[in-house]
Design a binder for this molecule. Structure first.
Ligand SMILES: Nc1ncnc2c1ncn2[C@@H]1O[C@H](COP(=O)(O)OP(=O)(O)OP(=O)(O)O)[C@@H](O)[C@H]1O
Length: 556
């Protein structure tokens, strides 16, 4: 928990005000038993004894109660604010870290599980800090204060209370021990449930096409029942905690009453002091129950805290460390690059590649040969196991990731678009671009024709992942988005795969001018696209070989 507190930054002033209000409130509460003692003394006083008048005691008592209520109101507001600010800053940090983690981290996790870090785990932890951890302060103060006041009245009775505490702590431990693993199991099962729902909803067309609605509903139901069972087991133990503690506290009060009456009979304690003492013991009951609750909640929240600590320990991509590449002409060189995905055979084995600035090369090869992997290495989504990659003779491992990605643009095989307008999608990589820039990029990608035919032109909403567009239109939009960034190196990974043959031929002819100004890497099998290339390379056994067989007749 202490590790996690590093990531939680409560607002200092609001926190200080809440703490002071809590302390003041607790001190006022500790006065009440004293008033009760004085009241008893006044009621039982022999005529002629000097005691406070009844009206004074009741008046002061009522005044203190009123003040206590006012403090509680203000305290609630400030505590609420601390809670919300803690939750907000923790969510900010989780989200920033989520985005900074490399693609490889995300590829090995389910989206639902990742999202639960941001939602339930972050909420659990911030709720714990404000709902449990901060109120601990008045709880502990009440405990200590009540004990000191009791000791002043009767040290023996106060010691009985202190000696009873270890038994109480032990009971907490025994009952609470089993809660933690159950809390973790619940959270794991919960994220599995969310992950399943998320996955099913994101592949809904496939799910419906294969008639899996009922099967998936049953799978979900099964996961949901398992979740309920874990919760039931956890609740059984958790609901045991508070009654057990209350029972022990009640028995403790009985012991006090019995011992107190004996002390009165022996003349070492006055009846008014016994009244105060019992009220102090009563004051102890609620902090003790609170502490019991705290123990249960600590066990529960530790699961979330563990997950967040592990998550924050993951190494993020540092985007701006290393030198910026500055202006580049776009020459690319792979030198003896070897790469394997974790626990897989190497994809690239000593790959060498040299592309001159402004050259267009095509890479072909069977599915799974490693073509996209090569592109991802150039973008620093992945890092080579050995060897080096250069842009303009500068090792990209030494350059800042952000500058590498600003010079190398990728139009990927699977186009990813936002659920926004056409214009919002094109401007994504260069938010400062104006309408003229957007239209120029669209024209260069030959997307302007179909955009003009859309109901609201550039302002047309294109739906989740661009569902309201055809595959080819999505690819053109994706190309426009990349061209707007104007990278010196352009990687088109099967970027024309969705084009109809006539459209592809036209596109290639028309884009020729735009592409001529850049270093272009075409990952493709399509003869029409291959015709664009100055050289065609074939990927085989993790290496690239020059190949002439894909050239179209008439091309150089
Ligand atoms: N994230 C990943 N983790 C593990 N293995 C991966 C990952 N991505 C790709 N691979 C594997 O690496 C190999 C190369 O994949 P890559 O996508 O580079 O091939 P490709 O030549 O682009 O194929 P295609 O023509 O089908 O697009 C494949 O065997 C694939 O299974």
């Amino acid at each position: 928990m202490r590790q996690l507190l590093r990531y939680i930054t409560p607002p200092p002033l609001t926190l200080l005000i809440s703490a002071l209000l809590m302390l003041a409130g607790t001190l006022l509460t500790l006065l009440i038993p004293l008033f009760a003692g004085q009241l008893t003394r006044t009621i039982l006083a022999e005529p002629g004894t000097e005691v406070y008048p009844l009206a004074v005691i009741v008046g002061v008592w009522a005044g203190v109660m009123l003040l206590r209520t006012l403090l509680s109101l203000t305290e609630e507001y400030y505590m609420g604010m601390v809670g919300e600010e803690v939750a907000t800053s923790l969510r900010d940090r989780v989200y920033a870290h989520l985005q900074a983690l490399p693609l490889t981290w995300h590829q090995t996790r389910k989206r639902g599980q990742v999202l639960s870090l941001l939602t339930s785990d972050a909420d659990d932890v911030s709720g714990f800090v404000t709902g449990t951890l901060l109120p601990l302060l008045p709880t502990l103060l009440t405990l200590v204060g009540a004990f000191v006041m009791m000791a002043r009245l009767d040290i023996t009775l106060a010691m009985v209370v202190i000696l009873g505490l270890p038994a109480y702590v032990l009971a907490l431990k025994v009952i609470g021990r089993e809660i933690r693993p159950l809390a973790r199991a619940w959270m794991d099962q919960y994220s599995k449930l969310v992950a399943r729902a998320e996955e099913n909803l994101s592949v809904l067309p496939a799910l419906k096409a294969f008639g899996r609605e009922q099967l998936e509903a049953e799978n979900f139901r099964g996961d949901n029942r398992r979740l309920l069972n874990i919760w039931r087991r956890q609740l059984r133990r958790q609901s045991l905690l508070s009654p057990a503690v209350n029972l022990m506290a009640g028995l403790g009060v009985l012991v006090l009453l019995w011992l107190g009456s004996r002390h009165i009979a022996e003349g070492t304690l006055g009846p008014a002091d016994l009244v105060s003492l019992l009220l102090y013991a009563g004051l102890l009951m609620s902090p003790l129950s609170n502490l019991a609750g705290v123990y249960g909640q600590v066990q529960r929240v530790l699961g979330s805290a563990d997950r967040l600590i592990t998550f924050f320990a993951e190494q993020p991509e540092v985007l701006d460390v290393g030198e910026a590449l500055g202006a580049v002409s776009g020459a690319v060189r792979f030198e003896n690059v070897t790469f394997a995905y974790p626990e897989r055979e190497p994809v690239l084995r000593g790959l060498n590649l040299r592309i001159d600035a402004g050259e267009t090369i095509a890479i072909t090869g069977v599915n799974g040969a490693g073509k996209s992997t090569t592109a991802h290495l150039l973008l620093r989504f992945l890092a080579p196991d050995s060897g080096a990659i250069y842009i303009d003779n500068r090792d990209i491992a030494q350059a800042s990731i952000i500058s590498v990605r600003s010079h190398a643009g990728l139009v990927a095989q699977h186009v990813q678009l936002l659920n926004g307008t056409v214009a919002e999608n094109i401007v994504y990589g260069r938010p400062d671009a104006d309408a003229g820039d957007i239209e120029r990029a669209a024209r260069a990608a030959h997307a302007d024709e179909f955009i003009a035919e859309l109901p609201q032109g550039y302002q047309t909403l294109i739906g989740d992942e661009g569902v309201k567009l055809s595959g080819g239109q999505r690819q053109r939009l994706s190309l426009a988005r990349t061209l707007l960034r104007d990278p010196a190196i352009l990687i088109l990974d099967e970027a024309t795969a969705m084009f109809d043959p006539a459209g592809e031929a036209r596109f290639i002819e028309e884009c020729h001018e735009v592409l001529k100004a850049k270093t272009v890497i075409l990952i493709t099998h399509r003869p029409a696209s291959l015709a664009l290339a100055d050289r065609v390379l074939k990927m085989e056994d993790g290496q690239l070989q020059e190949s002439a067989e894909h050239r179209l007749p008439g091309t150089q």
